[in-house]
Design a protein around this ligand. Structure first.
Ligand SMILES: [Zn+2]
Length: 315
C-alpha cells in the first residue's frame, strides 16, 4: 500500500507523456513504417499519458503508417461464453482500445483471440478458430511468417506469446492439454468445443538475457515505460534452440505452478515412452540376429547371451 502511494506520487511528478514522445521513442528502437507488430502493453507503466490509451494506439499507428499492421492480444482466458463481438480483452486497456476501434478485425478464437488494424489485419485474424491458439495458421504464426516484430510496452518477456509458437514448432510434449469452452455463433446459437489450453509463460523471462547478449533487443524509456522491440524470428529462433536442448527450459519454477508441474510430468512420460520403444526395438533386433544364426545350422537352438546378475546387484 505504502509503496503504491510512493509510486503514485512518483508518477505525479513525471512529465505527461505525449503522442510525439511515444512516436519518437518507438522510432528510436527501430519500429518502422510498414512494419507488422504485435504489442504487449501496460498503460500504467508510462506514468501519465496525455489522452490515455487512445494516444498510445494513435502513436503506434502513426509510426506504422497505412502499410503497417498493428496486432494486440485480446485474450479472455476464462472462456465463459465467448462472443467475438462483445467479450472484452482482459490483457490491458490498450488492447481493449484497439479491439473497439471501428477499423479493427478480431479473430474468433474462443480464449486467445487477437485484434488487428492495418494491411495484414484481415489475413492474420482469418480462421483462427480453426486452429490451436498459437499453432500453424494462427495469427501469431502468420505474423512470424510475415517477419513481424514484437513490441513490449512496460511488460517483459513473460508476456511474449510468440514463445508459444516456438513450443508448437518444436512440438513439446506438454502441448495437448484441453479445456471445454462455449462459443456464441453469429446466429446466436451457443456451441461447445474442446480446445487446446496453452501453458504457463512465467518462465519465458530467461530469453531476455539471451536476446540482449545477441543484441536483438532494442530498449528505450518513454516516460516511465521501458519499451522493448525484438523481431519475432529472433525470439522463436532462440526459444526453439532452448526447447530442443531441454524441453523443460521455458517452464517456470514457481512452487505454486500446477501447469508447469503437469508439463514436467508430460515430458517425463514422453521420455519413458521413447525409452520403452527403444528397448522393444533392440530386443526385436536381437531376436532376429539369433534366428539368422540358427538358420545356418540344422536343429540347433541358440540361447540368447545374458549377463548373470551378481549377488550384490539391486533387483
Ligand atoms: Zn509455470
Amino acid at each position: 500500500m505504502e509503496s503504491a502511494l510512493i509510486l503514485g506520487a512518483f508518477h505525479f511528478w513525471l512529465a505527461m507523456v505525449t503522442k510525439q514522445d511515444i512516436i519518437e521513442g518507438l522510432r528510436s528502437i527501430g519500429l518502422e513504417r510498414g512494419d507488422s507488430v504485435i504489442v504487449h502493453s501496460s498503460l500504467s507503466s508510462f506514468g501519465r499519458v496525455d489522452g490515455g490509451p487512445g494516444t498510445v494506439v494513435d502513436a503506434i499507428l502513426a509510426v506504422l503508417g497505412d502499410e503497417g499492421t498493428l496486432v494486440v492480444p485480446t485474450f479472455n482466458y476464462d472462456p465463459g461464453i465467448f462472443d467475438p463481438q462483445t467479450t472484452p480483452s482482459v490483457v490491458g486497456v490498450i488492447t481493449e482500445t484497439v479491439r473497439k476501434r471501428p477499423d479493427a478485425f478480431r479473430s474468433k478464437h474462443p480464449t486467445h483471440s487477437v485484434a488487428a488494424i492495418g494491411r495484414l489485419a484481415r489475413v492474420l485474424v482469418e480462421d483462427h478458430e480453426k486452429t490451436h491458439p498459437f499453432g500453424r495458421g494462427s495469427p501469431l504464426f502468420k505474423l512470424l511468417q510475415a517477419n513481424g516484430k514484437i513490441l513490449l510496452l512496460g511488460t517483459d518477456l513473460t508476456t511474449c506469446s510468440m514463445v508459444h509458437v516456438a513450443e508448437e514448432i518444436v512440438e513439446v510434449p506438454y502441448l495437448d492439454r484441453q479445456r471445454n469452452v462455449a462459443i456464441k455463433m453469429p446466429s446466436g446459437k451457443i456451441i461447445r468445443r474442446w480446445i487446446r489450453r496453452p501453458g504457463c509463460s512465467r518462465g519465458f523471462g530467461v530469453l531476455e538475457d539471451i536476446l540482449r547478449e545477441r543484441c536483438q533487443l532494442a530498449e528505450t524509456k518513454i516516460g516511465a515505460c521501458t519499451a522493448r522491440l525484438v523481431r519475432a524470428r529472433d525470439v522463436v529462433e532462440a526459444a526453439v534452440q532452448m526447447l530442443r536442448d531441454d524441453p523443460e527450459s521455458l517452464l517456470c519454477s514457481l512452487p505454486d505452478c500446477g501447469t508447469c508441474a503437469e508439463a514436467r510430468a508430460m515430458i517425463a512420460a514422453r521420455q519413458t515412452e521413447e525409452k520403452d520403444r527403444e528397448v522393444t526395438e533392440l530386443s526385436e533386433q536381437e531376436e532376429q540376429t539369433i534366428r539368422l544364426i540358427e538358420k545356418q545350422f540344422e536343429n540347433v537352438t541358440i540361447e540368447p547371451f545374458e549377463i548373470a546378475k551378481g549377488d550384490n546387484q539391486p533387483n
